[in-house]
Design a protein around this ligand. Structure first.
Ligand SMILES: [Mn+2]
Length: 420
């Protein structure tokens, strides 16, 4: 009889999250945002069924708020019933968003659900064919701002063939997250678990492999900063050996891209460049996505974008084009970080550092042989090695464009320092 345990580790579902900070006036986008956490829960259930796992653990923040509105509670009940039908148990530890104390239970949960207590660590033994298989230890946060080190209250019993710990905690004082149930990786190691199923940090990631301690991350990115793939972990464990595989499940991807507009001179070219980026995002994820764009580069586009009303029109037009993609892309925001084109003639007339740079470049541009010699002198220390490798590093270069690019790069740095 196999002693191998398989389970899904999820966390931070935030059912009922309002998605603050996104101004999506498109009905399709708003609907996708509201539904995304529920779709993630549905995808977790599908994964449990497909992989025929023994159990599911949810390491806190199942609900987005302590009030726990009715729809999130019904959604968890539906998920639990679906898993009860296939004999999968669910272990839930509450987190800082949905602390265990004062939780109004408006909906009854089926018998396959175990919610961990908050006053102490609970231990539940999962059996197979009447034999103990794995002990699951867990502790909920009793209130939002728990400052105690709860990891230290966990301790494996000597007879456990396998032990899994479930906790919503900030391990290693991770910046950007509230320091609730703070603990260190060595506190986790001291408890003797084979696998720590952690919640709280929305970025998925492995904290340690000895023992395994993993943040599942939110299965659905919750705001524009939670970019990229999100999901949960599928864990396979037997005494002495654990492996964990990240499984992507988000129905909606947050993305942030930079659009370089150096060569773009007019607004229509800018629009096409942005549309190309959106088409790339659509293809890359293969799912609906919400993107924040930053426009960069020095050139004529800056003047076009600075014209009255230009950015509002541009946003409306690219939104419409990106929503027409399949899968669609919603452009949440466009930030203009472009800089004005450099008026070389005006700089040349000056007597400052920028003028010196332009004059040195002018001399090289007037004499392409001198430019080529200057570039050759740069690679001179490597010339014999390059020859041995059969590479002629200079022949393929156009000295004029090398000098122009170098000039513009240095001027960019100088002018940026002067705030231009
Ligand atoms: Mn959370």
């Amino acid at each position: 009889m196999s002693r191998t345990v398989r389970f899904v580790h999820a966390a931070d579902l935030h059912l009922g999250a309002p998605f603050k900070g996104v101004a999506a006036d498109d009905e399709q986008v708003r609907h996708a945002l509201v539904e995304a956490p529920y779709r993630a829960l549905g995808a977790i259930v599908d994964l449990c069924v497909r992989e025929r796992v023994d159990f599911l653990v949810i390491a806190g923040d199942v609900y987005n708020s302590a009030e726990r509105p009715i729809r999130p509670q019904l959604a968890l009940m539906d998920a639990a019933r679906a898993l009860e039908d296939v004999g999968v148990r669910i272990f839930v530890a509450h987190g800082n968003h949905d602390p265990a104390a004062d939780a109004p239970a408006l909906v009854g949960l089926p018998g396959n659900v175990h919610v961990f207590a908050h006053a102490r660590v609970d231990r539940v033994v999962v059996e197979r064919d009447g034999e103990p298989l794995c002990a699951v230890y867990g502790r909920s946060l009793g209130r939002r701002d728990v400052k105690d080190n709860l990891a230290r209250s966990f301790s494996r019993e000597p007879g456990d063939a396998l032990a899994v710990g479930v906790l919503h905690a900030n391990v290693g004082a991770r910046a950007g997250y509230d320091d609730y149930a703070p603990c260190s990786a060595s506190d986790l190691a001291a408890a003797g678990m084979d696998y720590w199923a952690l919640g709280h940090i929305h970025e998925p990631g492995v904290v340690s492999e000895t023992p395994w301690a993993v943040y599942a991350g939110a299965p659905q990115g919750m705001d524009p900063t939670q970019t990229g793939e999100r999901g949960c972990y599928l864990v396979t464990a037997e005494p002495g050996h654990v492996s964990a595989e990240f499984v992507p499940l988000a129905s909606l991807i947050w993305d942030a891209r930079t659009v370089e507009l150096g060569e773009a001179d007019t607004l229509d070219v800018v629009e096409d460049r942005i549309a190309e980026t959106c088409a790339f995002v659509s293809r890359a994820w293969g799912r609906p996505s919400i993107v924040r764009l930053t426009l960069t580069g020095r050139g004529e586009a800056h003047a076009a974008l600075s014209a009255a009303g230009a950015q509002g029109e541009l946003l409306a037009r690219v939104r419409e084009r990106a929503l027409g993609l399949d899968p669609w892309v919603w452009v949440d925001r466009i930030s203009d970080r472009t800089a004005p084109a450099i008026d070389l003639e005006a700089v040349r007339q000056g007597a400052d550092l920028a003028a010196d740079i332009v004059r040195i470049a002018d001399e090289l541009l007037a004499d392409p042989d001198a430019a080529r010699a200057a570039i050759e002198s740069l690679v001179e220390p490597l010339s014999s090695k390059l020859r041995q490798a059969g590479i002629d590093a200079v022949a393929a270069l156009d000295p004029v464009s090398v000098v122009e690019r170098a000039r513009d790069r240095v001027l960019d740095a100088v002018l940026a320092k002067e705030g231009l």
